[in-house]
Design a protein around this ligand. Sequence first.
Ligand SMILES: Nc1ncnc2c1ncn2[C@@H]1O[C@H](COP(=O)(O)OP(=O)(O)OP(=O)(O)O)[C@@H](O)[C@H]1O
Length: 778
Amino acid sequence: MIAQSFYFSGGRVLVTESKQRQNEQGTQTSNDALAQQIAIEREYVSMLYTRLDQLRAENESKLKGVRRNQSVGGHQNRSERDAYAQHYEDRLAQLNAVDHRLVFGKLDMDDESSRYIGRIGLATEDHERLMIDWRAPEAGTFYQATAFDRRGVRSRRHLMLERRDVVGIEDDVLDASVLEGDDALHGEGALLAALNRKRTGRMGDIVATIQAEQDKIIRADLPGVRVVQGGPGTGKTAVALHRAAYLLYSYRERLNNAGVLVVGPSASFMWYIERVLPSLGETGVVMSSLGTLYPGLRAVPETNPVIARIKGDLKMADVIKQAVADRQKVPAKNQRLYVDSTDIELTPKMVKHARATARSTGKTHNEARETFVKVLLKDLTKQLNEKLDASAGRAVDRPYLQDDVRESLDVRRALNLLWMPLSPETLVRSLFAKRHYLESATAGVLSETERDLLHRSSDAPFTESDVPLLDEAAELLGDFSKVTGAAAAARAVAEHKANIENANKALENMHYALEDIGADGIITAEQITNLNEESISRMTAASAANADRTWAYGHVVVDEAQELSPMQWRLLMRRCPMKSFTIVGDIAQASSAAASKSWAQALEPFVGERFHLDELTVNYRTPAQISHTAVAVARAAGLEISAPRAVREGESGPLIAEVSPERLVAQTVETVSHEIEASGGGLIGVIVDPRQYAEVAQAVGRAHRGKTGTSESALEHQILVLTPWEAKGLEFDVVIIVEPAHLVEAANGSVGDLYVSMTRPTQRLHLVASKPLPAGIN
Ligand SMILES: Nc1ncnc2c1ncn2[C@@H]1O[C@H](COP(=O)(O)OP(=O)(O)OP(=O)(O)O)[C@@H](O)[C@H]1O
């Protein structure tokens, strides 16, 4: 395959040839011919943008029309119009999202036809095809055709755009006479240009330069569990997200309603990837980090790895089950209860019988409670009736008696204490805070030491490793809101009242906006409130799914999946009963204490051996010299890793500054200052062990005020100070690792965190050390 790149810049055609084939082939293409080619492409691309603008204008005007009429008419009409409005809004959002690099490829086929490949499909008003969506089957050849297997393609052209203008073209001539091997990179010039671009702190899409081994995974069928193993920088995240976009396109009917869930390790990682799918025109995907998988909760990290390992073990499912069973109590002895002024007796035997009947329903704790209460009320009423009959000396019909028993304070208190309605939060909180619950639930499962580690105060925040436990509890406890229905209804009424008040205030300010949509004077505060509440109730599948723990997704994408504990896997498997998963990760990068040792071990409890394993082998991120050193460090520590082939050579291997302990922080600050200049405004990641985090973050922040981000909510800064966990999955132009030996120490001697941190840069890696450097770095 011959790759020829031509960049057009400032009115000049710059010709570059990759692999220096130009001279060998003697195919010096004249600048005039190239300018002519670029002019042809410019004209076509300009026509595509005109069509895009036209479609936008059409959709905008249709949307305006629907909105103008939205508030009038009956409920049925309104919901139809809502559906239309939603449709136009979605389409408009998609058309707006694809402006940047709208088109990026062209195929010239053997039959003399041409196809343009872009972010979406475009056609003329007469349905004549102008551009094919990259996900369509006919676009597959753009990514898959090779000189070995041309698939009817004569030549593949990569178009490079700046704003709406074509600035370069690159042709892969699929010529079997100059076969190079099937693993050659496609559109190498375009690829390298993308890889050398400055990082923005946000991941971008790779749709223009997807490589063949990646494309095969992206376009794989929907059903089943697909694991993608790959070393650092091999494009696992990129592939996973593009696959989500592909599946949503190809299986829209099935996935639109069920939705797709994308799970990543941390909030910083979710922030890093959150723009990729919208840039591909897909907005309806639910994104969640491991800490937010339980609706309504933002869990804090679990800082103690031993606790994380204990809570991540599947044994915890039995612990939670026992914890729930422990809340279905039997009193040790008879209890005297007063109904009006008569006393009756609640015996352990009666409670055991009621409990067995309730449990045999197979319902959840909160639902089965109804049966428990019903059985006991019946027994107690019978007892009371007999007692009253005995004292009256005759049998009397007393239909009101069951109500008297139910309303007795004594009875209510007793039954509540025996089988309390519970929320998952209450169950898990008291399990860890109350010794007797903890002992009972973990007897025979955990050791005394493990139990002590789990014990904590009742006001401790929930951690990430509590999330699957809460989920497990929710599964066994069932719907808590039903039990607390009266309170919830009262809350809803109060909320509605507050909404009307807000709408009243808003109306005062909305005068002009309402005039614009032709509704001024027609709409009341009550109507606005109803409209808003309705639109909340017709939330998109994505937002509804996000708020609902029991939502069954059509597909789940798990990134950095090597970190998941068995309990986290158990939770995710519950989220997708169809077991349609894309799982990407690198077992060698695992650093969480609860992580599995292999994909087979991680998945076996849930799908047995029924998963498909793919491997990615090319490292697109890290320059070769840096990745060699990272691999050497991993191997010196006995990690078995297969090193991916790096696409690029860099300037050098890691740059090492060995200093005294007193100089460590100052040297770090100086390196940052130097790189602000040297990297020409590039993104700089300072990675430091949590124990030294505060000191380093403060020093760097003080020196570079306004430029430094030191928390997950400040990731848009040029300089980021992060722990290795937060840096997972991210990338920077320049990385500075502070005291590499500490990263190993903090991970109990494992080099996983250091290995991951060393593979974050796209350009340069600095190691600032006062302690001896770990083996493998020289
Ligand atoms: N085909 C491609 N074209 C252009 N850029 C690519 C391509 N494949 C990957 N990249 C880029 O390479 C970098 C690494 O990709 P990505 O983060 O997906 O790798 P990863 O395997 O998830 O890495 P890690 O496991 O180390 O976090 C990203 O900047 C991504 O955009």
